[in-house]
Design a protein around this ligand. Sequence first.
Ligand code: SF4
Length: 426
Amino acid sequence: MQLSTRLHLLDLIRVATAADSGYRAAGRAVAKASATRQTALAELRARRAALAAAPEAEQEQARLALQEAEESFTRCAERRTAARAKWQRSYDHARRADAALGRQVARLAGRHGADAPRPKGGRARLAADLLRELAATPVELIQAAHAILVQSSAGKDSVVALHRVVQWAKAAGCLDKVVVVHADIGQDAEWPGVRDLAQQQAERYGLKFVVVKSDIGFLGMVERRGLWPDAQNRLCTSTLKRDEAAKLFTQIVTELGLPGQALILNCLGIRADESASRRRKDELAIDHRASNGRRLVLTWHPVFQLSESDIWQEIADEGLDYHPVYDALIPRLSCIFCVLASFDVLVRAVRLCWVLGLPTPKTYVGLESKIGHRFKNQFGIAEVVAEAARLEREEGPITWRRGDAIRHHLGGDAAFAYLHRLALAA
Ligand code: SF4
């Protein structure tokens, strides 16, 4: 099957899925409107009974209350009628979308026989098969795309994802489609130099570099909500990164000015073995929230299958530049204090802040006390700082050397070779 046919099928799946969720939402709206109407009806009956039983002196007041109840019931009934009509329309729309997908699958089955996609197992199965096939041919996928965004935190996984996308884009002869996007979450929350490093990593390949930034930043968001984010409510990622980056999709589509739908690949450096929730993701997926008739957005994880040591191996082999905090054995970049980090990592981050003269621990302790919400369920940042102070008294400030991250993951020889490679490239 041709790649364009796979993409067309994916878009039909997208439309059918969106129509289904529209139908479900309309059903919920009908249930809500019916419940409200029921309440209004009970009120109406109560007002009628009250009028019948009211003494002469209270008749006028009871009549007014009944009139209000009648008006309220009429409004509720109208709302329910409108909701039911929308429900019916969304049902018709969902059926049409499903039928269009079915016709296309049947047509392909007739034309291509055994090569045709199997609708057996449903829409999700068909989408998974198509996406797996597309992910297996990255150069062709990149060739078909109109724009390729690489979301970069400047961290180790991002830099390898970027390097891979660049190699495929070069092979496809379309490096000009690649744009590096960095979400700035606030200088007071990030390790110093993160944004500059993301820019350097993009410039190494001559790529366009775009910074997106919310008005509020990480600490502003926490202060406004009075809560720290957590694994279940990662508003930091959705508000400060995903939603900001999504605004670019509209801009890109407008700039492309295509007569038809644009294909946008949105690449992220996340890996399956980072967490259980990431393992449940796919290497390539339809971004239903960001896609519409004007753009099909596919979320792509080019390093999804790699382990942490695979990542370091690729950094070492390719001579990719990484942030110095990794050498102090901080495992992740981005926020200095990540709400997902373990106690020990946070303690080390505090000690690194002290070596670098950063005010961040004090800022976070102050914010934690101000909002009265602990940094994590199990412990507060004040306890992290207390433990860091204890270790500091026992061991003195932490130290590190350039290359320690590679030394730690791949051994001394690999670190030596890597530093030698960097020195030659400088
Ligand atoms: S690094 Fe952690 S705290 Fe910072 S935005 Fe990402 S998930 Fe949230």
